[in-house]
Write a protein that binds this ligand. Structure first.
Ligand code: FAD
Length: 407
């Protein structure tokens, strides 16, 4: 299919496909069974130049676009979901936030760590603040030139393996007045008081640790505050804008897993025989395969469109509407496609000897992490209607300043 890619983009895609086939695929099953973060894959990705690709050349990156990152992520996820996610988190997410809003010193710090193989963690979710992120209670109190952070986050991707953390917390000035929600950069083992205190037992993506983080008097220099020009009051909304790249990345991992499962199902449908004929000759399966391909093509086009787009007012990030729609559609159809691919394999699909059951477990998370499919639908509907759609019974968030930040 001609996706309107340049020669350079096609070459990058081919390089990622070869890496995926030769390096990631042979390791994928073992990573799932061991439930260990694959440092060997990280090193190989770094060596092949797939980490920090979207950073400017001046910082050691390649100045690549989100679309180019998406091309690489799809290829990696076809073979190994964990590898796909590593490429997302080392090219989008916290990295893009710092590249857009960080100081020169912060950008250099991120570049140094990511190029050496670190996968930065984004720390937003708390036990009582999931979809309602504004309900977070982690706080950062200003003490001279330092912020002192206390609180707990959970379901943080990379907890215990990531070094760099972008931590979101409610900010209080020295008089105890609340200013809004801000982002703070802390490095595990360098800033005392940041500990991984629990690992989640996950259904899929078992090589990528998800866990709880506890901050106990974690001291972060004020110079490590990631501050959009809008300041703390609207800063959270701007910082969350960076999540639109992460959403496109996450949707692409789901789509890549689906593409990988479909490739396997297609091959099997041509070779497995029943009733004296390849099962692909049965119309019942042909229509399943055609539906899978149709959904996959639509997902890919939506993700590419979102990756190429830019939000309003010169945003460095994908358009929020396009990113949300692409993530909803890609994550939901990927679950269906992988499930149907498993069905094509009959009993073999249900076996742990083939990758289909792992793919089905891995792909399940993408309608949840990074904004659930329900919450993203609310975002899309609000933009369509041109209305604010408060989800709280009393109309809005507790404080006027935070209420503004969410809009
Ligand atoms: P809840 O918010 O409690 O929602 C429960 C259900 O209610 C969901 O179905 C939800 O869609 C629905 N719901 C809630 N509010 C509404 C509403 N207003 N309208 C309609 N339906 C609603 N967080 C981070 O900060 N950093 C990470 O790196 C990170 N990685 C993750 C990785 C994985 C694998 C997973 C599963 C989660 C990760 N998360 C991370 C957390 C993720 O962002 C949250 O799980 C998500 O925001 C939902 O929060 P919750 O799980 O508390 O669900």
């Amino acid at each position: 299919m001609d996706l309107g890619l340049s020669k350079d983009e096609i070459a990058l895609q081919a390089r990622a496909r070869a890496f995926s086939r030769d390096v990631a695929r042979p390791r994928a099953g073992q990573i799932d069974r061991d439930e260990q973060y694959p440092w060997d894959i990280v090193q190989a990705l770094a060596k092949a130049g797939f980490l920090g690709m979207t950073m400017p050349k001046a910082l050691g990156g390649q100045g690549r676009s989100f679309l180019e990152a998406v091309l690489v992520i799809e290829e990696m996820a076809k073979s190994c979901t964990v590898t796909g996610r590593i490429v997302v988190e080392t090219n989008m997410g916290a990295l893009s936030t710092v590249m857009a809003y960080g100081s020169e010193a912060q950008k250099k710090l991120v570049a140094r760590l990511v190029l050496a193989g670190d996968k930065p963690a984004i720390c937003i979710t708390e036990p009582e603040a999931g979809s309602d992120a504004m309900a977070m209670t982690t706080r950062a109190d200003k003490r001279g030139d330092t912020y002192v952070i206390n609180g707990k986050k959970h379901w943080i991707t990379g907890a215990g393996v990531s070094r760099l953390h972008l931590i979101f917390a409610r900010v209080f000035d020295e008089k105890g007045e609340e200013l809004g929600i801000g982002g703070f950069l802390a490095v595990r083992d360098e800033n005392q008081g940041l500990r991984a205190t629990r690992r989640e037992q996950t259904m899929g993506l078992r090589g990528m640790p998800e866990g709880e983080l506890t901050f106990e008097n974690l001291e972060v220099p004020a110079s490590m505050t990631v501050m959009p020009p809008s300041g703390f009051r609207r800063g959270f909304a701007d910082l969350m804008n960076a999540y639109n790249s992460q959403r496109v990345g996450a949707g692409t991992v789901a789509m890549g897993v689906a593409a990988g499962a479909l490739e396997l199902a297609l091959e099997f449908a041509k070779t497995r025989e029943q009733f004296g004929r390849p099962i692909g000759e049965f119309q019942g399966l042909q229509w399943m395969l055609a539906d899978m391909q149709t959904q996959l093509t639509a997902s890919r086009l939506m993700l590419h469109q979102a990756a190429r787009s830019r939000g309003p007012q010169g945003s460095a990030f994908p358009d929020p509407m396009l990113a949300a729609q692409a993530k909803i559609f890609a994550s939901e159809t990927a679950i269906r496609i992988v499930n149907d691919a498993l069905q094509v394999f009959g009993a073999r699909g249900y076996s742990r000897e083939l990758p289909l059951e792992r793919m089905a477990r891995d792909v399940r998370m993408f309608t949840i992490g990074g904004g659930t499919a329900q919450v993203l639908r609310t975002l899309v509907a609000a933009k369509m209607l041109g209305w604010k759609l408060p989800q709280r019974r009393d109309g809005y968030a507790p404080k006027r300043s935070l209420r503004d930040a969410a809009e």
